[in-house]
Design a protein around this ligand. Structure first.
Ligand SMILES: [Zn+2]
Length: 485
């Protein structure tokens, strides 16, 4: 009986084993995600306890490589006993944290399963620029871009990265960044959710064994990521930058893979992109250990579409408006810029018109066709409110339907810069009197706040408030925040 039962089970076991590593990683991700890092603005004090908790964990070595300019420890976590040395570093730009969070997910995975570490030793350096991360800024505490300091090595963060590369004589390097969410895969409307680069080591962009191996690994990683984000992988420009780390790492003999985390639909905190890093990088570690990348042709790398920068958060097509008696039809590109809200270590959005004209070559994460609608500048509600509390009690939908997009407040607390309500606030104390001998300004212009109405048959159908759309007729409110002006 038992024998027959086993015979019956065998093919099932076979099937289970055939499931590819990337699929297993993707499906079981939630078991390994480091849940304490669930937004992008985490700081050194948030990751240090995670590093400390690894002391004594079997198979893990923790090395303090040095300190940032402001004295924050920069640590390396090493796992594995193989010959091939893989060095991964993240967040040399302080406002590019996606892969740092992924590194802690990968570490959680490697605590329970080290089978992918055959023949390799992996060294993670998370958050190379903790001082920049503290303020969520690109540069370090003295305003240096660490990625332009690979030759002069003036910053301690740069020095320790160079030193560790040399002492390991790393075979592979993973240079982990974030890129603008406005990059798309060239000639498609798809965001470049992940972009790769095997950086050049000279102006001629020659391909030697070191760079070729990076290209081969990328070619294979691209094949994997396409399963989870089809068409959303791009290739970063390979123009040689003599001061950058990636380019020099390649020159120093480390096969270097740049990974840029871009944008993804409805993923402002980049949690899905973080998961793609996890799946892609752990798969890459496995393929380096087994050397399975070596059979990849370079054409697989070269066929990844280039990065382009043709995306907007919101694209409005065919908008007609009049100015000085002339009629125009334009497309608008609207971007929701993140403004740091330092006291709370989070952010709010400021929606601005970033481009105007024929934007038929561009795309939007969201697109709205304004053909057949009448453009109207939003009005300010005539009654000046006494205070913020009165504002919070307004019937916003009714005001939008009446054509109001802002409300003035007499006694507006200075510290409030935005609200979750779908209506901008005008702080009476900040109003500037326009000069009266000039022509009126165009109702649409570059850099303007993206706030206006689209009407049909004298009814407001859409209110665009601070770059977000409120479908007034359906009462569908997608406004993340409005602002105080
Ligand atoms: Zn970067």
């Amino acid at each position: 009986m038992t024998k027959y039962f086993l015979l019956f089970l065998l093919p099932l076991i076979g099937l289970a084993q055939k499931q590819s590593l990337d699929k297993q990683l993707f499906e079981a991700y939630d078991n390994f995600k480091e849940v304490s890092l669930d937004t992008r603005r985490f700081k050194h004090e948030d990751i240090q306890p995670l590093i400390d908790s690894l002391k004594g964990e079997k198979g893990f070595e923790i090395t303090v490589l040095g300190r940032s300019i402001q004295g924050r420890n920069i640590s390396m976590i090493s796992i594995g006993e193989g010959e091939t040395q893989i060095l991964l570093w993240s967040q040399m730009h302080g406002d590019e944290p996606t892969a740092t969070a992924s590194i802690f997910d990968m570490i959680n995975y490697l605590k329970t399963d080290k089978t992918i570490l055959n023949n390799v030793k992996v060294h993670f350096v998370p958050m190379l620029n903790p001082d920049g991360a503290e303020l969520f800024t690109r540069r370090n505490a003295i305003g240096i871009d660490i990625n332009r300091d690979a030759l002069r090595l003036q910053s301690p963060e740069s020095q320790l990265l160079k030193k560790i590369r040399d002492s390991l004589d790393a075979d592979f390097g993973f240079n982990l960044h974030d890129q603008s969410k406005y990059y798309n895969a060239k000639q498609t409307s798809k965001p470049a959710t992940i972009s790769f680069l095997a950086p050049a080591f000279n102006v001629e962009k020659d391909i030697n064994q070191t760079r070729g191996n990076a290209m081969r690994v990328i070619g294979k990683m691209n094949g994997i990521l396409q399963r989870y984000a089809r068409g959303q992988v791009g290739r970063y420009s390979d123009e040689f930058e003599p001061r950058a780390f990636g380019d020099n790492m390649q020159k120093w003999g480390t096969s270097t893979i740049l990974i840029e985390s871009g944008g993804y639909f409805d993923d402002p905190e980049k949690q899905f992109i973080r998961k793609l890093n996890y799946v892609g990088i752990l798969s890459a570690i496995e393929m380096i250990g087994t050397e399975s990348y070596q059979t990849m042709g370079l054409d697989k790398y070269l066929s990844i579409p280039k990065n382009d920068r043709k995306l907007f958060d919101l694209k409005i097509e065919n908008l007609s408006f009049s100015y000085l008696g002339l009629d125009f039809i334009v497309d608008l590109g609207i971007n929701q810029q993140e403004i740091e809200n330092k006291t709370h270590s989070d952010f709010y959005y400021l929606g601005k018109i970033s481009d105007i004209g024929d934007l038929s070559t561009h795309y939007g994460y969201e697109t709205l066709d304004a053909a057949g609608f009448t453009f109207k500048v939003g009005e300010t509600y005539p009654k000046i409110l006494d205070d913020f509390e009165e504002f919070m009690n307004l019937d916003f939908l009714s005001l939008l339907k009446q054509g109001y997009t802002s409300v003035s407040i007499n006694d507006m607390p200075k510290e409030i810069k935005f609200t979750p309500m779908p209506m901008n606030i005008i702080d009476i104390k900040k109003i500037k009197i326009p000069k009266n001998n000039t022509l009126p300004a165009s109702p649409i212009n570059l850099g303007m706040d993206a706030t206006f109405l689209l009407r049909k048959n004298d009814e407001v159908v859409y209110a665009v408030i601070n770059g977000f759309v409120y479908a007034v007729k359906e009462n569908k409110n997608d406004i993340k925040n409005a602002v105080v002006k």
